[in-house]
Design a protein around this ligand. Sequence first.
Ligand code: ADP
Ligand code: MG
Length: 237
Amino acid sequence: MSPDPDVTPVALELRNVVKAYPGTPPVRALDGVSMVVHPGEMAAVVGPSGSGKSTMLHIMGTLDRPTEGTVLIDGVDTAELDDKQLSALRGRKIGFVFQRFFLLAGTTAVENVANGLLYSGIDPSIRRELAVEALRRVGLEQRLRHVPAMMSGGERQRVAIARALVHSPAFILADEPTGNLDSKSSAAVMDLLRGLHEEGSTLLVITHDDRIAGSLPRQVRVLDGRIEQDSAVVSLS
Ligand code: ADP
Ligand code: MG
């Protein structure tokens, strides 16, 4: 039996979201997007370059506000929060993984991950313990003191994934997480993300790669700022 949408909790919901960038004419990067992500789901957001995927990630991640429409994170309407409250919500509820890892150079893996808890109010020694635990979950317990320059691309992305999950977010947003990796590291990173899903994490993976999208439980296809097809939604047309 499929879950009843009225009682199942929601990790993330977009309702009729429009994002227009100024210009002549303005670009409607998102043109009326609605979707619901339940806790424990793993979905691919897939579409060609320019279809609006990164814009969607920015809006879902509250890094940017929609021009129109509603963004709910864990039941909270983000329109009701000021920028400071929004950044606190982001710090507690959302984990980000980007194509270009964004690790601090000259900083060890443990410190990079512990930095994900900087604004959590958690004691530094506990931050460190949680960082070690997160690095263990991504299979990097042998690399705790390595700086990014001493690690492969795949290892760096695993550090970034550990940083995203260290604060137990409501969901993880990954934008082309394998875009800078060779095929072997790419497969390892996708295996890791699928493993996190099996352990209960909620993940959205943005990709232009149909093979990666097809390997995930749900596919949301975007084109020209609209959802063309969502494998979780039965089409009535
Ligand atoms: P994708 O990630 O799928 O490649 P994007 O979300 O980056 O797509 O872009 C969607 C559309 O919005 C594109 O036409 C892009 O040129 C436009 N766009 C993205 N960011 C901006 C911006 N800051 N200002 C103006 N146009 C933008
Ligand atoms: Mg993009």
